[in-house]
Write a protein of this length. Structure first.
Length: 293
């Protein structure tokens, strides 16, 4: 047990150092998962109830600190050495989710399953899925439902059902942070905005954010449209292929204040070149707010 306690202290210290490093270099976020993966491996191999209890106690703390960064999905993807076919980058899943499922499988296979530990792992799995999931993660969850053992399989199924039914909780979809966030269409894709578009989303703002990117539909030559919230204004920028920019700014103070308190539904309808002008209509919570060209 003394060796285990030393390992647990070292894991906490490693995470503490990483959290300090992140304040100077955001690229260090990827290192946060390493102590969590280590303790999940230790937990899956623990044979005594005392060892599982002490490991799980520290694991919860490390996972909680790690979970605040799950929005950075790239930092938690499997590396090329974790997958059999590394050239399929798009097929990489969340390595922490994969480790949680592996630990659930291991603990469920023991003669006397520790239901308390299993439930704690399912709770962690739920917290992760609320913030970050991609197609390989969904496949991994359904594989566990197919191959896993009770009671963990039943709890994971219930968790998935609850997540699917959470249509009234917008944060269950995704979180966007940073000056380069927002909904972005890759420039190599054929633009769908030639005749216009509509964009609809639920949003709640961080009051400390001065500029909030909403969406950007731009082609390889820079042509297209972007929208941001700058301070208390809603700004739509239209870019021509020759570099010309047309910008429309709408006072939005009342709604920005509301967005900082509650989830708000926003819909933007942008019709192109109606009588030589664009028409943009904005709705907030179903209420017509402003039309401008």
């Amino acid at each position: 047990m003394e060796e285990l306690r030393t390992l647990l202290r070292d894991a906490e210290e490693a995470q503490r150092q990483t959290l300090q490093a992140i304040t100077e270099d955001a690229g260090q976020v990827a290192r946060l998962k390493e102590p969590v993966l280590l303790l999940l491996d230790v937990l899956s191999q623990s044979e005594s109830a005392e060892a599982r209890r002490e490991t799980l106690h520290v694991l919860r703390r490390l996972f909680a600190a790690c979970s605040t960064h799950f929005y950075d999905a790239q930092a938690f993807l499997e590396t090329a050495t974790d997958i059999a076919r590394p050239h399929h980058v798009a097929k990489r899943g969340n390595v922490v989710l994969k480790a949680l499922l592996a630990c659930l499988t291991s603990l469920s296979s023991q003669d006397e399953a520790d239901e308390g530990a299993l439930q704690s792992l399912v709770d962690m799995l739920r917290d992760l899925c609320l913030q970050s999931m991609n197609a390989p993660d969904v496949v991994a969850l359904f594989d566990f439902l197919r191959l896993g053992r009770p009671p963990a399989r039943r709890w994971v199924l219930q968790m998935q059902k609850e997540l699917v039914e959470m249509d009234t909780l917008p944060r269950a979809i995704f979180t966007m942070r940073g000056g380069n966030a927002g909904l972005i269409v890759p420039p190599e894709q054929q633009l769908f905005t030639k005749r216009g578009y509509s964009c609809s989303f639920g949003i709640q703002l961080d009051a400390s954010a001065a500029v909030v990117p909403l969406y950007s539909f731009r082609g390889q030559n820079g042509q297209g449209v972007s929208a941001v919230l700058e301070g208390k204004s809603f700004v739509v920028k239209m870019f021509a292929g020759q570099g010309a920019v047309q910008q429309v700014e709408v006072p939005f103070a009342e709604w920005v204040d509301k967005m900082e308190r509650d989830w708000v539904h926003v819909c933007v309808v942008h019709a192109k070149k109606l009588v030589f002008k664009d028409k943009v209509t904005v709705y907030v919570d179903g209420i017509y707010i402003e039309r401008f060209v």
